[in-house]
Design a protein around this ligand. Sequence first.
Ligand code: S3P
Ligand code: PEP
Length: 427
Amino acid sequence: MELKIRKSPKIYGMVDAPPSKSYTHRSIIIASLAKGTSTLYNPLEAEDTLASAHACKKFGAKIEKKKGKWIIEGVDGKPSTPDDVLDLRNSGTSLRILTSVAGLAENYTILTGDESLRSRPMQDLLDALRPLGVEAVSSRMNGRPPIIVKGGFKGGKTIISGSVSSQFISSILIAAPLSEHGIELKIEGDFISKPYVDMTVDVMRKFNARVEFNPQKRIFHVEPGKYTGRNYQVEGDYSSASYLLGAVAAVGGELTIKNLPRDSKQGDKIILDILEDMGVTIHRRQESVTIECDGRLQGVEVDLHDSPDLLPTVAVLGALAEGTTRIHGVEHARFKETDRIKTCTMELSRLGVPVEEKRDGMIIKGGRIKEGTVYSHGDHRLVMAFTLIGLKAGLKIKDAEAYKVSFPDFINILLDLGCRLEVFENG
Ligand SMILES: O=C(O)C1=C[C@@H](OP(=O)(O)O)[C@@H](O)[C@H](O)C1
Ligand SMILES: C=C(OP(=O)(O)O)C(=O)O
């Protein structure tokens, strides 16, 4: 699919943020492991979260989808062995979290996905699972999926590097209460993307797990026990909202986005501070955010260590801003759906933007963009971020269907707000 974006007028209105992808994954998976029934309100129905839901059914959970809510009957701590390979498509979160869940099943589980997913690193997680009683290997012995997991999660002590993906830590934590002994998990090295682990602990506790973190020793303790089913409300997604906020920042206007709690644990709420630094006015309320902007931005310096998914948004806004934008602290953005430091650098350069690739970020000289065509490389966040350039300068995006991975209403919401987008299915 090709997305053609024409220069668009200022944006005015009020919209709901789409539901959080990370909270939807966690609540589906934990409700599926729980004793009893849970109702999830406002879950995200996107390709990635549907991959988690499909896999949870294969582990034996019953999931009934109704309008605006999913009713989940859990497996009471004992997932069954899936009757087929788990195809997790493009979803790293599903792949990583469900690898430890597979360790709770009796026999062998195979986890795989699309070409991008089969290039995502897994070795640190596989190594950390071994001392807990789980034999998990990469079928190609290259640390990448397909992953074969043999059940046997007994628990105990283990160590994991925190420098590649926080999803490894979330994975072990989520399965841990259902092991015989519980776990002690020590984090070594850098601890990137920590807010995602805070979200994991938040959901685990809501479903009655006992988990503690000692920040001095950098050790998590999880007690053995059961998750218990409950009603759970999924909050809005700050990462997805960054494209709506970014659209207003690009062309100007005033937009209120509902369902974005002020006290959220999502690291990506830092987008509000970044936009303020770029010269935009932000009004924060208990459950919503309003952005006001005249369409003029200035460059910023940002550390995305805790919020790697904002890299494409900030890179693109930097290209639209006056002056220089420096992004650093985010080498782990190289291990996502694409190497986002590389793909963002490549596509911005294609539009004549002076941009320098760094090991852990990028330097972008803003204010000079020519109309053109960019490639998404199959990465949802590139599609949505580059759309912002289109709204300001006109653009075509190839392989644009990837946005459905995390934000299937993205195009409709922008159209409703008066943005000039056209979809060419065979483009
Ligand atoms: O746990 C999660 O829900 C996520 C963790 C982050 O990954 P890393 O921990 O690999 O940075 C983030 O990039 C991803 O989109 C979602
Ligand atoms: C990296 C992402 O997700 P995942 O790791 O779940 O594929 C993302 O949504 O940007």
